[in-house]
Write a protein that binds this ligand. Structure first.
Ligand code: C5P
Length: 309
């Protein structure tokens, strides 16, 4: 019998910034109910998936040394789940080229999980529909469905229930990567602690923010950006305050902590403004490294076969 070895696939998955991250009270299952507006950004990870003698995960690029290559990596979990569904053994090598900072609040691990789902569905010719991949994504982690979805979306529940949001134009961002990472559970726990000892302000509903997105106007959007986790991230890494101030002094329209941090995201009025703000922020020495990015971009997607990562 002729056995055909499937051709390798390359998948790109975006990072995200939460334009609005409203955090409810701690639930009995240990999660918090969220009302969030995600935007997928051009800063991304690429996965190259090829047939191999055993399940192997390799990582290169931004923060590679801090990424686990065992079953704790979401790509490993994605491979085991899809292999089980397809009734096969997960004999693949997954090479992750990281552009998204590790433990940075930009859902890099979730992006990799989403990319693995899309890539293996193709490599193994499983034929799962988008909504089936979405339910597996939600089991892998709260941010994985959005990394599949991409664009701009309203997330509720743990953040895994998504509705597309109308967004006109491309928005331009500067991202400041911090020296260390922050653990997402630790930041949520710090917010619970701050709420026990005081009453940090809570965001209202994101209606106005969604109108600004529909209008495609960065100046209208800037004052409406907000993140309930920011106080907790700043409490754990007080130097973020200086980073946030430096971005605005450098000419950004507004800055906020991305998700659970510690990456800070700065909205700029144009691409050229973002390049200028990035240069000034890099010179200010408040961040480990500084990048520009734009959004919204699509969710995890297969790249043409000849793409080098
Ligand atoms: O879903 P995921 O495994 O990515 O979540 C990581 C951790 O972040 C959870 O264990 C929980 O501590 C926290 N979290 C939360 N509420 C959410 C999402 C995440 O408290 N909606």
């Amino acid at each position: 019998m002729l056995s055909v070895v499937p051709s390798p696939v390359t998948v790109r998955a975006p990072s995200k910034v939460n334009l609005h991250l409203g955090v409810g009270d701690l639930r009995e299952d240990g999660y918090h109910d969220l009302t969030t507006v995600f935007q997928a950004l051009s800063l991304s990870d690429d996965l190259h998936i090829s047939p191999a003698a055993a399940l192997t995960v390799k990582v290169s690029g931004e923060g590679a040394a801090d990424v686990p290559t065992d079953r704790t990596n979401l790509v490993w979990q994605a491979a085991v789940r899809l292999a089980h569904l397809a009734g096969r053994v997960p004999l693949v090598e997954i090479a992750i080229a990281k552009g998204i900072p590790v433990a940075g609040g930009m859902a890099g691990g979730s992006a990799d999980g989403a990319a693995a789902l899309v890539g293996l569905n193709e490599l193994w010719d499983i034929g799962l529909a988008r909504d089936e991949l979405m339910s597996i994504a939600a089991e892998l982690g709260s941010d994985v469905p959005f990394a599949l979805h991409g664009g701009t979306a309203l997330g509720t529940g743990r953040g895994e229930r998504l509705l597309p949001v109308l967004s006109r134009n491309t928005f331009h961002w500067v991202l400041a990567f911090a020296k260390g990472g922050l653990s997402t559970p630790a930041v949520f726990a710090e917010l619970d602690r701050l709420r026990e000892i005081g009453a940090p302000p809570r965001l209202g509903p994101p209606e106005q923010l969604m109108q600004a997105l529909a209008a495609g106007d960065p100046e209208q959007l800037a004052p409406l950006l907000g993140n309930d986790l920011q106080a907790a991230a700043v409490s754990l890494q007080p130097e973020l305050r200086r980073t946030l101030r430096a971005g605005v002094s450098a000419g950004a329209l507004a800055g906020l902590v991305s998700g659970s941090g510690p990456t800070c995201a700065f909205l700029c009025e144009s691409e050229s403004a973002a390049v200028a703000v990035a240069a000034e922020l890099a010179g200010a020495g408040v961040a480990r490294s500084v990048r520009t990015a734009s959004g919204p971009v699509p969710g995890a997607r297969i790249l043409p076969p000849d793409t080098q990562v």
